[in-house]
Design a protein around this ligand. Structure first.
Ligand code: BES
Ligand code: MN
Ligand code: ZN
Length: 494
């Protein structure tokens, strides 16, 4: 896809298709008036007759236009005074679906930005992401891939962008979409392809493509030397060697303390000896989506050359049952020195993450955020709308909440009160790895909080948001928009 932005009149653009946003009962609109004139009143007649709907997110094709474009794709935006970014998001998705299902190869988008935006490029990002999602394909493993979308070029009318950095903001929007696509690609790969070593290889590949990125890989031998007994207890049952992948991005001239992202990278979660039931177990290939979102966020930052210092740490392992596997009741010593009684080998995410979090202390993070498909309980609590957020620092939490709100990639905070922490008390070790059925998402975060006391830390539980099930099954690319916006918001002038 080729994107461009422009601020002159959309009606003089030569293109296959003009996408025209239409508010309800908004006849004074200058753009609408001239479009209506250009079509000899066809648009207003069709609105009058009800053939064109101005309801939010309703799209209508108008063909046979005699102008610099052959078609108009009308997109209803609802009432002007109720128009919001959320409205635009739904409308942009409807437009993307209509365009991708059509023969159009080049289109011009004239969908207005809402009057108030959380940041200058919010509307632009929304449109680019909608098109990117609709043209995304995950069929690299089909013997005959589906035809790619015909749509190849979109020029976006974005007069709301500050002129002097419109091009840079478009690049930023494209970078976020590209980061999301990488996150989806990795997430969608099956467990027999996407192994810990495969993720390590992808990290090297990513770094090779961008001079501001560098990679360091620790294998099990190195982790054993360091004393990462908790991490290693997870990969113990697998033939695939666990990998700790460190990706550094330094795009800031000054030596600043890094923001660290830690991703859960369980490339397949069978549950281990505490074996999961068979139903939908295939979806546990997505148990590395936290790791994939770290990849995607770093790719986005590197592509847009963001002036930031960010380090990604990925805890990649496969959770399998075998003769070598960890057994319920086993006690291991974590890198922090704290001992853990493993009562359920299916609570493995926290076991790899706690050692990765302790490892990350050496980077003296400004902030540290881990991202994990950690608990089924999070889906029960928040469904598929919001990621779970838990943090030991209120300012960090509110910044993540804000970034989620700004991008529509929302998270919602749950409490980390001490009272919950007692659910992890063990008779035989410093803690146990499960806290019983009540508040499963919170006790999982409580577990992690025992390893992050020295840092400003937040945890995102993306169990409900990282992928969708059913007919349109696939990774979503979340929470790359949230993470990228949170990090961009850390740039002093941004
Ligand atoms: N990867 C799963 C969590 C998960 C399950 C995410 C289903 C999305 C959908 C995680 O490793 C896990 O198995 N968690 C257990 C924890 C329990 C044993 C305390 C869970 O949620 O059941
Ligand atoms: Mn598990
Ligand atoms: Zn898991």
């Amino acid at each position: 896809m080729k994107y461009a932005v422009f601020s002159t009149s959309p009606l003089t653009q030569k293109t296959d298709c003009l996408v025209l946003g239409l508010f309800k009962e908004d006849t004074d609109n200058a753009l609408f008036k001239s479009a209506d004139e250009k079509t000899n009143g066809k648009l207003s007649r069709l609105i009058q007759s009800g053939d064109i709907s101005t309801d939010s997110a309703k799209s209508t094709w108008v063909l046979g236009i005699d102008g610099p474009f052959e078609r108009i794709l009308c997109i209803g935006l609802g009432k002007k005074d109720e128009y919001s970014l959320e409205n635009l998001r739904k409308s942009a998705r409807a437009v993307a679906a209509a365009l991708v299902g059509s023969p159009v190869t080049k289109a011009v988008s004239a969908i207005p930005a809402p009057a108030t935006l959380p940041y200058a490029s919010a509307a632009l990002e929304t449109v680019v992401q909608a098109i990117s999602a609709a043209t995304y394909r995950s069929d690299g493993l089909k013997s005959k891939p589906k035809d790619a979308a015909k749509l190849a070029e979109l020029r976006i009318h974005a007069p709301e962008l500050p002129k002097k950095n419109a091009a840079a903001l478009l690049k930023q929007a494209e970078a976020i979409a590209a980061g999301m696509n990488l996150t989806k690609d990795l997430g969608n790969l099956p467990g027999n392809v996407c192994t810990p070593k495969y993720l390590a290889k992808q990290a090297k590949k990513l770094a090779k493509a961008n001079a501001a990125l560098s990679v360091e890989i620790l294998g099990e031998k190195e982790m054993r030397k360091l004393g990462m007994g908790s991490f290693l207890s997870v990969s113990a049952g697998s033939e695939e060697e666990g990998q700790l992948i460190v990706i550094r991005y330094n795009g800031s001239a000054a030596e600043t303390r890094p923001h660290v992202l830690v991703g859960k990278g369980i490339t397949f979660d069978t549950g281990g000896i505490s074996l999961k039931p068979g139903e939908a177990m295939d979806e546990m290939k997505y148990d590395m989506c936290g790791a994939a979102s770290v990849f995607g966020t770093l790719k986005a930052l590197a592509e847009m050359q963001a002036p930031l210092h960010v380090i990604g740490v990925i805890a990649a392992a496969e959770n399998m049952p075998s003769g070598q596997a960890t057994k319920p009741g086993d006690i291991v010593t974590s890198l922090s020195g704290q001992t853990i009684e493993i009562l359920n080998t299916d609570a493995e995410g926290r076991l790899v993450l706690c050692d990765a979090l302790t490892y990350a202390e050496r980077f003296e993070p400004e902030t540290i955020v881990d991202i994990a498909t950690l608990t089924g309980a999070c889906i029960i609590a928040l469904g598929h709308q919001a990621s779970g957020l838990l943090a030991n620092n209120d300012e960090l939490a509110s910044q993540l909440l804000a970034a989620g709100q700004q991008t529509g990639d929302r998270c919602w905070q749950l409490p980390l009160w001490d009272e919950y922490n007692t659910q992890l008390d063990s008779n035989f070790a410093d803690m146990q790895n499960i806290g019983g059925r009540p508040a499963g998402t919170i006790t999982a975060a409580c577990f992690l909080s025992r390893f992050t006391k020295k840092m400003k830390w937040a945890h995102l539980d993306i169990a409900g948001t990282a992928w969708v099930s059913g007919k349109d099954k696939g990774a979503t690319g979340r929470p790359v928009p949230l993470l990228t916006r949170y990090l961009l918001n850390q740039i002093p002038s941004a």
